[in-house]
Write a protein that binds this ligand. Structure first.
Ligand code: GYE
Length: 343
């Protein structure tokens, strides 16, 4: 009798130890090992310390200076660390980005960096990565916190304060126009965190100034050619505009071309303001065509790789690592351009 209880306890302890070690393996070190189907992480996976990592990087699109600067920054930081990158370009498609991430997950990277196209579009893939015990860091754009939680489903978001960027443009525009403007707002990709928050930041900041009127607002997909077309159409119904708020530089440069084609002088008849800090926009300021550019730093590689090192060392990271952003006007655009601040 006694013996069989001891035997049962022994079997029980053995089973408990086996399942405990499965859990440990699951949330400890799946990366790069080619392991295992039973691995599953209900919470944030840990990252074992290694000399070199296999890093997945899912970029949403790679079509313009900001994004190329971001990709280059990640690649350079990876090679400085001696790490290998599996890189994918989702070409502006949520569904392609989800399948890109799935194919990266199948290659068992140690860490997955994602620049998500939209707040909601990549949520399922972020959850799949966590379930596969791969720590995810969101770079440049964030995901919807109602659906995924930083510090639980992904390690952290590294990027700018987009609300503040929109506010800073608004503050400048209120001053530059003494609180009276007829504004066309060229918005970024619908559903992207950078677009949602830049719109909110700007709109809320001007809300108490009754002379600041948004006469038209439209999605131009963060894209120069799209902005040119959108502006050409909007200029026909709103020739009385006095200001353009473009949620990135590429759209501002498209708008400047449309204004010129319509016989207006950008910077005089219509003031233009945007966000990013690419070389083309710094030159537009130097030519008197743009009033202000709030920087959005695309060089996120060093912060990403510092976060990876810190995380592997067991540090608890903040759920948002905020970039520090400069701003450019006629006062400093030329020196910033000469110093290579642009991209
Ligand atoms: O401003 C824009 C890009 O997500 C912060 O996306 C980024 C934005 C950036 O396409 O140029």
């Amino acid at each position: 009798m006694k013996q069989s209880i001891i035997l049962k306890l022994g079997v029980f302890t053995f089973l408990a130890l086996v399942s405990f070690s499965i859990i440990l393996v699951g949330c400890g070190s799946p990366g790069g090992t080619g392991s295992s189907t039973s691995v599953s992480c209900p919470n944030l996976p840990t990252l074992p310390k290694k000399a070199h990592y296999l890093i997945g990087f899912s970029q949403e699109v790679d079509n313009a200076p900001w994004r190329i600067a971001e990709t280059t920054s990640v690649q350079e930081a990876a090679s400085a660390a001696g790490d290998t990158v599996i890189y994918t370009d989702a070409q502006n498609s949520d569904s392609k980005q989800v399948s890109d991430i799935e194919s990266i997950i199948a290659q068992h990277p140690d860490v997955l960096l994602i620049s998500p196209l939209t707040e909601d579009g990549e949520v399922s893939a972020i959850l799949q990565a966590r379930a596969a015990c791969i720590p995810v860091i969101l770079l440049d754009r964030d995901a919807d916190h109602a659906k995924v939680t930083p510090g639980k489903d992904y390690v952290t978001f590294i990027g700018s304060d987009f609300v503040k960027e929109g506010q800073r443009v608004a503050d400048w525009m209120i001053q530059a126009t003494s609180g009276n403007a007829k504004i066309i707002e060229l918005q970024g990709t619908t559903g992207a965190s950078a677009a949602i928050n830049r719109t909110n930041g700007f709109n809320n900041e001007i809300a108490s100034h009754t002379g600041m009127k948004i006469i038209a607002a439209q999605d131009a997909n963060f894209d120069r050619a799209t902005a040119l077309k959108v502006m050409q159409t909007l200029l026909q119904s709103h020739p009385d505009l006095t200001a353009v708020y473009a949620e990135n530089d590429e759209m501002a440069l498209g708008a400047i071309d449309a204004l010129k084609a319509a016989g207006k002088t950008p910077g005089k008849d219509v003031i233009v303001a945007s966000i990013d800090g690419e070389n083309g926009a710094l030159q537009a300021i130097m030519a008197g065509q743009e009033g202000i550019v709030i920087q959005c730093n695309p060089r996120l590689g060093p912060a990403a790789f510092q976060a990876i090192t810190d995380y592997a060392n067991g540090k608890t990271l903040p759920t948002w690592i905020v970039s520090v952003d400069n701003q450019y006007t006629a006062a400093n655009a030329a020196s910033a351009y000469a110093a290579g601040d642009g991209f």
